[in-house]
Write a protein that binds this ligand. Structure first.
Ligand code: ATP
Ligand code: MG
Length: 446
């Protein structure tokens, strides 16, 4: 193994604790990521020093996680979590230890950690401390529980989702015994809060390997955390546009879209209404009429249940609703769709349609991608020209119509809608004189 280099400020913390006679190591995710040659996003430190000792050793500290023995230590403008070696007490709720106690043994501290790859410690003096063969499992590219997998999941059921999430983020398999223990204990996930479940699924979906979502299904977790989705795995699509069942199609589209949370959730849920919308015609061809609205309703309920924030839910639902809306490569069609989905989501919608195409019969793919490229080009022209895309961009308003003699009220709104449609068809009409002229011609019909 190559030497791990940690930042100077981390070295400073470790040295200061050593000078006072305490042990201190970097631990967990940062050791794992360093071994993998990735940049860790934070550096956690584990030490034999008690919280009071840690606080005494450093100038600026914060008691953020003091209950669990974690003291946040500020070095210049960075904060590091320094945690006392700890063993967890009994777990009576498959969620949190009833109490934690401190220990002088690094080995005990590492033994309470979830997976072997997360249970290594390191410092320059001692080198790698690896009691549970984490290094070997990194080489084997596998996620394996520390100790008895079943018992570890019974202590804390979130670990089952963490196993699948890490397998997605790292591109590792889950060791068989560990996976079987997830299958055997999947029902315990109901003890975990919906926010924490969502955070794990979010990390899984936005990872390099979102197809690990399938492991939720195969382990039995999915039926407890998103039962509505299970039917997608049993719904075939006998239709010339499709070569996959609904779940396979969905996962292909998730893999095909950029890794933003909004886009990944959109693809995950865009066709979730298909199983309940399926009909088969006399030719044996399957149709899914109206599945978009069913998907919107189901996505709304799933995302609220998982406590996603309201703004994200709104965006996702809009993208699900319009995921397969017809857009032609003409200015008129593009302006109409833009007006429906909103400017902020239009480019996202094109990503959604591209990803959707990638998950369908490849025979039609090239044509659809060329069309989507054309649409994007025309959209850019529309933006560059600053064409009118919403009622508020129109060169006339309600007051102008009232000055023409229209009664304030519903009719004014209808007239504005009519003029707006005309402008979407032909942007050159967005001129005060021309619109007044159009309105005058139209007034007798209102
Ligand atoms: P990342 O931060 O990249 O998601 P990480 O491995 O740092 O990954 P954290 O959730 O930050 O994960 O936890 C830090 C360390 O604490 C883990 O590496 C692991 O050793 C331990 N740990 C975290 N959560 C649990 C848990 N539920 N059960 C057992 N050990 C855990
Ligand atoms: Mg971490």
């Amino acid at each position: 193994m190559k030497k791990i280099i940690y930042p100077g400020s981390v070295g400073y913390i470790i040295n200061k604790l050593n000078e006072k006679g305490f042990e201190a190591f970097i631990v967990g995710g940062c050791v794992r990521d360093s071994v993998l040659g990735k940049d860790p996003h934070d550096w956690d430190i584990t030490t034999s020093a008690l919280p009071a000792d840690i606080k005494e050793t450093f100038g600026r500290t914060y008691d953020t996680g003091i209950k669990h023995g974690t003291v946040s230590v500020a070095v210049e403008d960075e904060i590091f979590e320094v945690t006392t070696y700890r063993v967890d007490g009994k777990y009576s709720d498959s969620r949190r230890p009833d109490n934690v106690s401190f220990t002088a043994s690094l080995r005990e501290d590492l033994a309470r950690r979830d997976f072997t790859v997360n249970a290594m410690a390191y410092n320059y003096q001692t080198g790698l401390v690896d009691y549970f063969e984490g290094l070997q499992d990194i080489k084997n590219r596998q996620i394996k529980a520390v100790g008895n997998a079943g018992a570890r999941f019974q202590e804390d059921a979130l670990r089952m989702l963490r196993a699948i999430r890490f397998s997605a983020q790292l591109g590792f398999e889950i060791e068989k015994n560990t996976f079987d223990a997830i299958s055997g204990n999947s029902g315990l996930i109901k003890n975990i809060s919906r926010e924490r479940i969502r955070e794990e699924i979010d990390k899984l979906l936005t990872s390099q390997n979102p197809s690990c979502f399938n492991k939720l299904y195969h382990s039995g977790l999915l039926e407890h955390i998103m039962p509505e989705f299970v039917a997608c795995y049993h719904t075939e699509q006998n239709n010339p546009y499709h070569i996959y069942n609904v779940a396979e199609h969905i996962i292909h589209t998730v893999e095909s879209i950029p890794d933003s949370s909004i886009l990944r959730w959109t693809m995950l849920l865009h066709d979730i209404g298909k199983p309940s919308s399926r009909t088969t015609d006399d030719q044996g061809i399957d149709h899914f009429y109206g599945h978009q609205e069913v998907s919107v309703r189901m996505a709304d309920s799933i995302l609220n249940n998982l406590r996603l924030d309201k703004l994200s839910i709104k965006k996702i639902l809009t993208l699900v609703r319009y995921h397969d809306v017809d857009i032609f490569d003409t200015g008129k069609s593009i302006r109409k769709v833009l007006n429906k989905v909103g400017e902020d989501l239009f480019l996202s919608l094109l990503e959604v349609q591209r990803a959707d195409a990638m998950g369908q019969n490849p025979v039609y793919l090239d044509k659809r991608l060329v069309k989507l490229d054309n649409i994007k080009r025309i959209y850019k022209e529309i933006k560059d020209k600053g064409q009118c895309l919403s009622l508020s961009d129109m060169a006339v308003n309600g007051d102008d119509l009232i000055s023409l003699g229209m009664e304030p009220g519903r009719k004014v709104g209808e007239m504005l809608g009519y003029l707006f449609d005309r402008v979407l068809e032909n942007p050159e009409l967005n001129d005060k004189e021309k619109l007044i002229e159009l309105a005058k011609q139209r007034i007798p019909f209102f």
